[in-house]
Design a protein around this ligand. Structure first.
Ligand SMILES: [Zn+2]
Ligand SMILES: [Zn+2]
Length: 212
């Protein structure tokens, strides 16, 4: 699996380029202010990007969608329960004192777990509400393999959990999503969060003080 991540000021939110090393098909996850660097990474790897997938629709995760869409001409996917946030991206920006342009409409809402495909890889979509109503975990696996790499958005972080004080957030729901969905994966599963360094399910299960 080809994997590149970038994060820039002010939010230092991780955006991802994920590609199939065999077919050179790929996806972009959560393009934000670092979108130019993601597009550059995709080009450098010779990837043909097939989809823009969003883990959720908070401002920091979507500010690069318009640019990615314009450059790539590929569909945008989001969970339907976060579309209200996506459509309010301009107002979300105002809350932070930022001028943000409206983003192009979502093309597809995730249907169940999918799965979606690029090259020899599948993306299983797991609904993990709590940080926001339409948060999802994108579980990327190579065809025919059990092992997944998780892109969890802002649901779980290395040593922390997502905030639940924003619109539609709910702590008991977040904890249930982490315990029932994310912790159903084996300990050696790699977790890429929306902010900060990667971790593993085992490490968070054992050491995350919000979850012990
Ligand atoms: Zn968020
Ligand atoms: Zn975020």
């Amino acid at each position: 699996m080809i994997l590149e991540h970038r994060a820039v000021a002010p939010f230092f939110k991780n955006g991802f380029v994920i590609g199939c090393e065999e077919t050179r098909e790929g996806i972009i996850v959560d393009p934000g202010d670092e979108v130019d660097q993601l597009l550059e990474a995709a080009t450098r790897h010779g990837l043909s990007i097939k989809m823009i997938l969003l883990t959720h629709a908070h401002l920091d995760h979507v500010t690069g969608v318009a640019k990615a869409r314009k450059a790539l001409g590929v569909p945008i996917w989001l969970h339907k329960d976060d579309n209200f946030l996506y459509e309010q991206v301009v107002q979300q920006g105002m809350m932070f004192g930022l001028r943000v342009d409206p983003q192009p409409p979502v093309d597809h809402f995730y249907e169940g777990e999918g799965p979606l495909r690029f090259g020899r890889y599948t993306v299983r979509v797991r609904h993990t509400p709590g940080h926001c109503p339409g948060g999802v975990c994108l579980a990327v696996s190579r065809e025919g393999e059990e092992k997944a790499t998780l892109f969890v958005g802002d649901t779980l972080f290395a040593g922390s959990i997502g905030r639940t004080d924003l619109a539609g957030g709910d702590l008991p729901t977040l904890l249930r999503s982490i315990r029932d969905v994310l912790f159903s994966y084996p300990d050696d599963t790699i977790v890429w969060s929306g902010h900060g360094e990667p971790t593993t399910i085992g490490r968070e299960r054992r050491t995350n003080s919000f979850l012990i």
